[in-house]
Ligand binder design. Structure first.
Ligand code: SAM
Length: 748
């Protein structure tokens, strides 16, 4: 593999985790220098070293702030002598030194009240042996040996498959044996080094059993695949035999679903075993003191050397797929930046007893920010809310609905002193399961109302539109009844290719043929000299002013694709049935953050000519649209309606009920989130005939106009004339950022 290929591969992985190229590239460069430009160690274990180094660099950015924070919160300065001493003590890992430094101070301020009483092991369900990791990565060769929080790993391919198939990887969690770095079970009992509580060496890497999720209809507990990343951890106690800590993880699985969870783990130094911890039910119900500690347990865990340690992570918290819970769980505050309370009963809970999906939220803190997530069509969606009553209500509601998380067994009482204001809202599937693929929605800014609309997979007549679909209307010349299997594999193209000049528009790979696509693009951009066609009696003008319609402004001549359909003899996998098979790309709705509201992005690289989605909306007559707009309160963010005018230039004068458009404002599919870009958008729309030869109704399919990288926003030129002030929809102020933006005048 060449360097460029290797670089692109690495960036693909980091992009997949939402890490910007510009942040990861310097880290990668440093690593390669350390490894003398040998890529192998960097690429090993799905770029674990790179991800380690990246998150360490992010952490280090925050460490100084954190120190400041801790000093302020403690109201005291750190005894520098003690720090030096701690540093000397720790010759294995500077992470330990850091840990000792902070912990020494914490200990001085607030004696730890912890107990192992009541802690039971879940039959070593998430036990792991780290011996392989130790041996494969000698400390002196690790560029990020200072790292406090080792992180990610991928599961072996068998697990990946299981995950894809929706099969839980139960063999791993059921195993009584520790797992090695590849998730394999074996009996090795190599000791975990205990010296100075080097937590780098004792982090579980692959699979975790997370809490009691029995309130959910299916277990959410197993991090079964994908990249697992430690967000934050809090070491509760450590003595010569056992370390106990709470860790918050997020992960991105192979379907690019995001998850986040807390778990409480114990590491036994002498056996090398990892165990998740649980509590007897009554224990978690113990009253808490002002610091969130339970005082019923008297048995202290020795706190020498390592105490609690707070690690501030800048990484955004993410929310898992909670679609199986009674309502989507969308409340997450970002990483805890300071933890002050004593810990004791290993049950994570905020002071009022509300915890959400594994993220601790203390609603008594004025800085806690909460967003309630509800179904898209509920219309009861709230904006981000800083620590007011709504937050509290939302928290309580979440606590009630997913109370199993709250009362589940495994965690630590924590009082958060400071919670950063950042929120993360996520919905795992906005399509309500009607598409082939799930389409997630994320708001990394936490400040946008959820869109209110009804998701539908196919266009639906609103009221007066006339569309006649009948098999009898499809003539023998308009279908290929004698075909079978896949029409594309036949040496002679069938009748359905006639529309596209006797050649199918699609390649065997399901892409649009470049020649056809380029011809469509050139027509839209006006490069083609065929120009416009003019209606004798333009329905659009008629809808604006029935009595005195203006002259037709012209419509672009469009090329149609004609797909095989029900009268054809081929099967559903025929290569000439792309649009009707629906969405197959991995897409995500996201908040653009640049004033355009929500947008759509791809989560995978898309080659030029890929079918992305159809533009689905209510089918309205132009008159209905006009009336709807007149009645509009103006408060809705209108999607720009699409006029189905690809055949309006034909001789026939269209009746009002045949002059149609698509409006996705209230009902539509994911295409309603695609923002406009003047001229150089990465998608283009192409009319597709499927079930009727009548050209006043057709499907509008969106294809990539060029290669598009994963995480790029998908855009489409709506064809807006920004100077047409009579258009039924008032044009928005364009923020497309294109060098050839048509909205130049309005901006100046
Ligand atoms: C089809 S919707 C796209 C989704 C929309 N951004 C949302 O949040 O629901 C069209 C609306 O998005 C906004 N929009 C789309 N493209 C834009 C652009 N280039 N500049 C500014 N706003 C844009 C406008 O409000 C427009 O009416």
């Amino acid at each position: 593999m060449g360097i460029n290929e290797r670089l692109l591969k690495a960036l693909k992985v980091t992009r997949g985790l939402g890490i910007p190229d510009k942040e990861v590239k310097p880290v990668l460069q440093d690593l390669l220098q350390v490894y003398e430009w040998n890529w192998e160690p960097v690429e090993a274990e799905e770029y674990r070293v790179l991800l380690d180094a990246y998150f360490e660099s992010k952490e280090n950015q925050g460490v100084e702030d954190e120190k400041e924070d801790n000093m302020e919160h403690d109201g005291s300065k750190r005894p520098s002598k003690r720090l030096q001493g701690a540093g000397k003590e720790d010759h294995v890992s500077s992470a330990v030194a850091n840990s000792s430094k902070t912990l020494a101070l914490e200990k001085a301020k607030m004696p730890l009240n912890t107990s192992t009483q009541g802690i039971t092991e879940l039959s070593q369900k998430c036990s792991m042996d780290r011996s392989k990791e130790f041996s494969s990565q000698p400390v002196d060769k690790q560029p990020n040996s200072k790292r406090k929080d080792p992180i990610s790993s991928h599961l072996p391919s068998t697990d990946r498959k299981s995950s894809h198939d929706g099969v839980r990887v139960s063999h791993a969690v059921d195993s009584k044996q520790p797992l090695d770095a590849h998730g394999s079970s074996h009996t090795s009992k190599q000791n975990i080094p205990t010296s100075h509580c080097n937590r780098k060496l004792i982090k579980p890497k692959i699979k975790l059993l997370i809490g009691d999720m029995s309130h959910c209809s299916e277990p959410l507990a197993v991090v079964s695949s994908g990249t697992l990343i430690l967000l934050s951890d809090i070491l509760l106690s450590c003595d010569n035999s056992t370390c106990i800590f709470v860790a918050k993880y997020f992960w991105l699985d192979f379907e690019l679903k995001l998850g986040c969870a807390l778990c409480c783990l114990s590491a036994n130094h002498s056996t090398g075993n990892w165990s998740s911890l649980t509590m007897p039910p009554n224990h978690s119900k113990q009253p808490l003191d002002a610091h969130g500690s339970s005082h019923t347990s008297k048995q202290n865990i020795p706190t020498s050397r390592c105490n609690r340690k707070l690690i501030k992570h800048k990484t955004k918290p993410l929310i898992g797929d909670m679609s199986h819970c009674s309502e989507p769980l969308s409340v997450v505050s970002s990483a805890v930046s300071s933890v002050r309370s004593s810990t004791g009963n290993h049950c994570v809970k905020s002071e009022d007893g509300v915890s959400t999906g594994g993220t601790v939220i203390n609603n008594s803190s004025p800085e806690v920010v909460v967003t309630g997530g509800e179904s898209l069509s509920s219309g009861r969606l709230k904006k981000r809310d800083s620590g007011n009553g709504n937050s509290e209500r939302d928290l309580k509601k979440k606590g009630k609905n997913c109370s199993g998380i709250l009362n589940s067994s495994n965690l630590v009482n924590i009082q958060q002193q400071t919670v950063t204001k950042r929120l993360f809202l996520s919905i795992s599937d906005i399509t309500k399961g009607v598409e082939n693929v799930k389409i997630s929605l994320v708001d990394e800014f936490g400040n946008e109302d959820l869109p209110k609309f009804t998701y539908m997979q196919q266009c639906t007549i609103y009221q007066g539109a006339y569309i006649h679909i009948s098999l009898a209307r499809i003539s023998d010349e308009d279908c290929c009844s004698s075909c079978s299997g896949d029409c594309l594999s036949s040496s002679i193209p069938c009748a359905c290719a006639r529309e596209t000049g006797g050649e199918f528009a699609y390649t065997q790979q399901g892409l649009l043929k470049e020649k056809f696509l380029d011809a469509c693009l050139s027509m839209l951009t006006g490069v083609h000299d065929q120009g416009l066609v003019y209606c004798q009696d333009c329905p659009l003008e008629r809808s604006k002013n029935e009595k005195f319609p203006e002259q037709c402004k012209g419509h672009i001549i469009r090329k149609f694709i004609k797909e095989c359909w029900r009268k054809c003899g081929c099967n559903m996998n025929c290569g000439n049935r792309v649009v009707q098979r629906g969405i197959t790309c991995e897409l995500q709705v996201f908040l653009t953050g640049d004033g355009k509201g929500w947008g759509l992005r791809t989560l995978q690289d898309l080659p030029k000519g890929t079918f992305v989605c159809e533009y689905v909306g209510e089918i309205l007559t132009n008159t209905e649209l006009y009336e709807r707009n007149m009645e509009s309160s103006g408060s809705e963010r209108h999607t720009y309606p699409v006029t189905l005018d690809a055949d309006w230039g034909s001789e026939r004068i269209l009746k009002d009920e045949e002059a149609l458009c698509l409006d996705a404002t209230f009902s539509g599919n994911v295409a309603r989130f695609i923002n406009h870009r003047c001229f150089d958008a990465n998608l283009t729309d192409i009319p597709v005939e499927v079930e009727t030869p009548d050209r006043h109704y057709y499907h509008l399919a969106l294809f990539t106009a060029r290669n598009v990288n994963a995480l790029e926003e998908l855009t489409w030129d709506y064809g807006i004339d920004f100077s047409d002030h009579n258009h039924p929809i008032k044009a928005f102020k364009c923020g497309c950022g294109s060098a050839v933006c048509r909205d130049v005048k309005r901006k100046s």
